[in-house]
Design a protein around this ligand. Structure first.
Ligand code: CTP
Length: 433
């Protein structure tokens, strides 16, 4: 039997009014449709930890598609359904998304290790989940609104800060869960339980992953590398013998450990200064992890994990460019800011941070950081209209003059409009009148 406890008080403490009203509406629509609605997974886990998590996963005992349509109508949201999986997403007018799934009895195509007939579908739905901490639900129907549904004593594991699977076949069913275990352990400062860790080691020994590549696995890797500080999780992957599934030669040697740490510092610096410049942290860490591999091995990796084409192209291009630039900078740094500017100007923010993570010398880091903070924003004050007014004929010459002017500005040869005008007159003769 489920251990029942009402979480309405906790909800009022942790969540704002709007979300609670939304949850109540979800329950009312369930009542009207004659089904049961539950909030499940990370939302419940985080609520019990007093953390606000706005990823709302809802499980319906009944027809989730009919439910989603009704909900969409009531809230004026857009509904997208996946008939085949019995799932739907309702997107509210303010952009808030609710994932809705049907609690089904048969979910995986393997013989389940228990008598399914005895279980209600929410119970089985929860039993099929990755870890006990993610296997609780909150009933949303009006009569029982806020009741915690905890069939497997999951609250205890949450209290003991343990990551535990629910049944021994969990990793066989879905080996990507091994990466999830590590991510949750490191993110929340929990510990993978003894038995669960043993099962992970068994799975690694059995080379269970050799059959499981592909994009689901890659998505879990992205999630790990997107955590605030993924380095402890990377070390844990190494300890458990998992890095070699990314690539057979991947090891955390002192050199890679240093690169990862330097990468973390570069990312922290960038985040502090450029909060609104988009930079995909996971790509920077992935480039760092792969820094010792030749490009063709990165191509092999991308194929094995079905990395989407846009990421493949990006990884290949930035890796090649950064490797080339790092070699140049190690040999001889450009002597002028303009030289540095032209070396770096085609790199993405991710490429720039990867480069910072690779280079140890203070001078190199300083030059890249100056490029990021100052040089890349620099523009001459003179523009095409000014050149026309000065009497230059429109044409390719304009581009040449403006490029030279930018270099002069970078190198401190000009610093305002007047000195720019003088510079132009000195170096570019006007056409004969
Ligand atoms: N789940 C699972 N097995 C997986 C992936 C997900 O059982 N391989 C279940 C878990 O119950 C999880 C829920 O689906 O709680 C939602 O998955 P997801 O959104 O990926 O994870 P969250 O637990 O919400 O974690 P996060 O905070 O990282 O979003």
């Amino acid at each position: 039997t489920a251990r029942n406890r009402n979480l309405s008080g906790l909800m009022a403490e942790v969540l704002n009014r709007e979300i609670i009203c939304l949850l109540q509406t979800l329950g009312e629509v369930a009542q009207e449709t004659g089904c049961h609605a539950y909030a499940v997974g990370g939302f419940v886990r985080d609520l019990l930890l007093h953390i606000k998590n706005l990823d709302l996963d809802v499980v319906i005992e009944g027809d989730a598609l009919a439910y989603a349509k009704k909900l969409g109508k009531k809230l004026g949201g857009k509904v997208r359904t996946h008939e085949k999986f019995g799932t739907a997403v309702v997107k509210l007018p303010d952009g808030f998304k609710i994932d809705i799934a049907t609690a089904r009895l048969e979910y995986y195509e393997y013989p389940a290790a228990m008598p399914t007939v005895e279980l209600s579908s929410i119970k089985l739905d929860l039993y099929r989940r990755d870890f006990t901490i993610n296997a609780m639900a909150i009933h949303l129907n009006p009569d029982t609104f806020g009741t915690l549904v905890d069939f497997f004593n999951c609250q205890n594991d949450l209290k003991d800060r343990q990551i535990r699977i629910l049944h021994n076949l969990s990793f066989v069913e879905d080996p990507t869960r091994i990466f999830r275990a590590i991510r949750f352990e490191q993110r929340m400062g929990f510990k993978i339980g003894r038995h669960t860790e043993k099962l992970i080691k068994n799975a690694v020994k059995m080379e269970l992953f050799d059959r499981f590549f592909g994009h689901r696995f890659f998505n879990e890797l992205i999630s790990i590398l997107s955590e605030e500080n993924p380095i402890p999780a990377i070390h844990r992957m190494a300890d458990l013998g998992l890095l070699r599934f990314l690539h057979p030669t991947l090891r955390i040697e002192p050199k890679l450990a240093t690169i990862l740490e330097e990468t973390r510092q570069a990312l922290a610096w960038h985040r502090l200064l450029y909060l609104d410049e988009p930079c995909r942290q996971w790509l920077v860490y992935l480039l760092a992890l792969m820094s010792s591999l030749p490009v063709r091995e990165v191509v092999v990796f991308c194929e094995r994990f079905e990395v989407p084409l846009r990421h493949r192209q990006f990884l290949g291009r930035e890796k090649l460019a950064v490797t080339r630039i790092a070699a140049i900078m190690k040999r001889a740094m450009p002597e002028t800011p303009s030289g540095m500017y032209h070396l770096l100007k085609d790199l993405s923010p991710e490429g720039l941070l990867h480069l910072m993570g690779l280079l140890k010398k203070k001078g190199c880091k300083k030059a890249i950081s100056l490029y990021v903070t100052d040089w890349r924003q620099l523009k001459p004050e003179t523009d095409g209209n000014d050149l026309a007014e000065m009497g230059y004929r429109t044409g390719p010459l304009y581009g040449t003059i403006l490029r030279c002017l930018l270099d002069a500005r970078l190198d401190g040869l000009v610093h305002d409009r007047a000195s720019e005008t003088a510079f132009i007159k000195e170096h570019f003769s006007l056409p004969d009148q």
